[in-house]
Ligand binder design. Structure first.
Ligand code: HEC
Length: 165
């Protein structure tokens, strides 16, 4: 009886290996990557206009980078064009890039927490979108000349409020 169970188990295992990953499981991998990108808020900064329309933007326009800078004590940083980045990175390069320290307001410390499997899912998803768009403007050091619009990313104090205090 035990032997028969073993034979059945082996046949089942063989059957599983005989079939290559179905189109469904590939799609599920992309689904996971899309979910992580949406939940991770990557579009909030890397896709201009996305937040303003509550994410109702065609996927083909996602993650092309922004030419509006974020300015603070670190200088002026720009959310890069991830479509171009991912087209040029190998999966291994991405695993390293995903854990590199970045300037604010990039939540690099949150991204770095993701396990490899999730990072790989993000990689496959963003790669599947294809290379598109222009590179974002280059970072400008503190005090440098900024030629693009930028968001001042430091706390502001309303002068009227201070005066009326
Ligand atoms: C609050 C805004 C913000 C959010 C949210 C955000 N990023 Fe960024 N990201 C930036 C900025 C700004 C930079 C540039 C930082 C620098 O130059 O060091 C950046 C840089 C990067 C880089 C380095 C390469 C490049 O093109 O600049 C990668 C990769 C990246 N982000 C991926 C992601 C992913 C994946 C997510 C979602 C999990 C995400 N980012 C969410 C703002 C953001």
């Amino acid at each position: 009886m035990k032997f028969i169970t073993l034979v059945i188990a082996m046949l089942l295992l063989n059957a599983l290996h005989a079939f290559p990953a179905s189109a469904d499981s590939v799609a599920t991998g992309l689904e996971r990557g899309r979910f992580l990108v949406k939940f991770g808020g990557c579009n909030d900064c890397h896709t201009p206009g996305y937040s303003e329309i509550a994410g109702k933007m065609a996927e083909q326009d996602w993650l092309k980078g922004s030419s509006v800078g974020f300015q603070g004590p670190w200088g002026t940083s720009y959310p890069g064009n991830l479509r171009l980045d991912f087209a040029s990175w190998s999966e291994q390069e991405w695993l390293v890039a995903a854990r590199a320290q970045r300037m604010p307001p990039m939540p690099w410390f949150a991204l770095a927490e993701l396990p490899d499997d999730d990072l790989r899912a993000i990689y496959r998803y963003i790669r599947s979108l294809g290379a598109s768009g222009q590179p974002a403007p280059a970072y400008v050091a503190p005090g440098g000349v900024v030629t693009t619009p930028y968001i001042v990313f430091t706390p502001q104090v309303d002068s009227k409020r201070v005066a009326n205090k």
